[in-house]
Ligand binder design. Sequence first.
Ligand code: MTE
Ligand code: MO
Length: 395
Amino acid sequence: MGNVDEDTPAPRRRPYDLTLPTPPDALRRGPLREGTFSSRLHDPRTAVVLGRWLGAALLTCFLTGLFSHLVQDPPPWLADRLPSRPAIGYQVTQGLHVISGIAAIPLLGAKLWTVYPKLFEWPPVRSVLHALERLGIAVLVGAMLLELFTGLFNTLQWYPWPFPFRQTHFWLGWLATGGLLLHVAAKAPLIGQHWRRPRPGLAQRRAFLTAVGASVAAVTVTTAGQSVPWLRALDLLAPRRPGLGPQGLPVNRTAAQAGTAAAPADWRLRVDGPQPYELTMDQLLAMPQHEADLPIACVEGWSASARWSGVRVADLLARAGAPASARLRVTSLEADGPYRVMDMPATYARDPLTLLALRVNGEVLAPDHGYPARIIAPNRPGVLQTKWVARMEAL
Ligand SMILES: Nc1nc2c(c(=O)[nH]1)N[C@H]1C(S)=C(S)[C@@H](COP(=O)(O)O)O[C@H]1N2
Ligand SMILES: [Mo]
């Protein structure tokens, strides 16, 4: 201490409640005791600075999440407008989604710590409007905590809840973002008042914000390597290492789990369209082979690039007499599972980088990577890169 910023001693008070009545004597205990929250960091300026950081993380997380949702399940009007380039687009947006979501966890913790004395403000409810505002904050905090933790648990493929992850995560995202906008609107005057740094600033606040920034940097740097190649060496806490797995690629669902460890001896690719046909592996290998350097970008946040080779999906569809505007449906050998059937809009199906891959990094696909054949397409989430392909259908 002894800093020039600290020349005014910290008053023993709850900074938010200056103008509010104090509780009756009988209740002045525990958190309702005067002077309980003596830190000067329970103040609006700290809340505003943390709120800005948290807001930026949550906005990034919301927009990239919305994009991910739309790409996985596009409404009909959007399906044919989704671009198949840039090839690494989804890898970048989903990497950002998981990075910003993880960064938001320590930020939300710090923000809640800063404002939590308000939980014990007196009287608990002053007016209908005040009651609504408090209720709104309860919903906002609840939605945000659930949203961030269901997301974090999803990166670990751990689902300790009875509801479906994706729909819940999607609707909670809207609830949290809507609640956040209302919260910012309700607090706009206070935010405006504390937007600029006060002079002199508070050394204590600077130290606190530096510590929060350092925690965010620490969790980011030790997990972002699952999608950011140059941070790979520091990828200590992320659930996945991009280079670990058969043929140097991670696996989400193994062939054993999918029941496809041994492809049927009489495997043939079936292609349906105006002129349906079937091809054996030898016939597929006799077609023009193409290469594509493309990532598998899992929705859970890890991604890994590889060199794939195989037959262009566009060539296979053209051979079935399908027009370039045809959409594609792919069915896996897998008996069941959420990713057994995949629909692909025409933009992706006719992209020359979209392959029915037969090899990866120069080797025949391992069973875990989809032997005998898998789909690999640019700018697509991993869940749609169907493994163990049995049938393709022009729609
Ligand atoms: N048929 C089928 N294809 C699938 C899956 C699946 O469960 N079944 N999992 C998908 C998911 S979630 C991802 S991230 C990628 C992973 O591909 P990889 O295991 O070759 O790395 O495959 C996708 N293809
Ligand atoms: Mo995935």
